[in-house]
Design a protein around this ligand. Structure first.
Ligand code: 5GP
Ligand code: MG
Length: 182
């Protein structure tokens, strides 16, 4: 897999350190009353490893809800708009929601999921993304918790895919340009 990468952008040790720090920030926000009614709504599939690492650092009572959204179809890196592949099955009425996504790029995915949750009776909705591309994220879409700001390159690994490949690569790396069609 490593041969398909142009370079490593964020090594696994740096990811682990930052996930630990993020968990501290999140725990401080929700501890006390709010933590009791917390549901982490996670946008799959890209967030699966981030979720697994983050929740084991979070000493809060929580429920987990999953929603699967696809913004890329097959072998392309260009967003063609987001579609829901699997709906959220948990009820978030009366709960504090923390939305988890792998990366905030154009913001289309987070916007769509937020809008769907708006009428759900959630007490609050905050967002947490592992990565953000600030050059593209629209100014009105602010994430409450951000792991890393990165340049506008196509990254894979640590759950992020290209055409469903590379999710199991432990670092976050930049895919070689000749391997994808954008
Ligand atoms: P947005 O809807 O904000 O444009 O894009 C968010 C989604 O697009 C993310 O959840 C992720 O699945 C995908 N995405 C955006 N940028 C990248 C990238 O650099 N690498 C990969 N693998 N996925 C990305
Ligand atoms: Mg995604």
């Amino acid at each position: 897999m490593q041969a398909d990468l142009e370079r490593i952008l964020i090594p696994r040790a740096a990811i682990a350190r930052r996930v630990h720090e993020l968990a501290g920030e999140i725990a401080r926000t929700y501890e006390g009353g709010e933590g009791d009614g917390l549901t982490l709504v996670t946008i799959l599939s890209g967030s699966l490893i981030f979720l697994a690492d983050l929740i084991r650092e979070l000493p809060l009572r929580m429920k987990i809800g999953l929603i699967t959204v696809s913004s890329y179809r097959g072998a392309t890196t260009e967003s063609k708009g987001s579609i829901i592949l699997h709906e959220l099955k948990v009820d978030v009425a009366g709960r504090h929601v923390l939305l988890i996504d792998d990366i905030l790029d154009t913001g289309g995915t987070l916007r769509m999921v937020r809008e769907r949750l708006a009428g759900s009776g959630a007490l609050s909705i905050r967002t947490c993304v592992l990565l953000r591309k600030p050059s593209k994220a629209p100014p009105d879409l602010v994430a409450d918790f951000v792991g890393f700001d990165i340049e506008d390159v196509f990254v894979v690994g640590y759950g992020l895919d290209y055409n469903d490949l590379y999710r199991n690569f432990p670092d976050i790396g930049v895919l070689r340009k000749e391997l994808y069609t954008s």
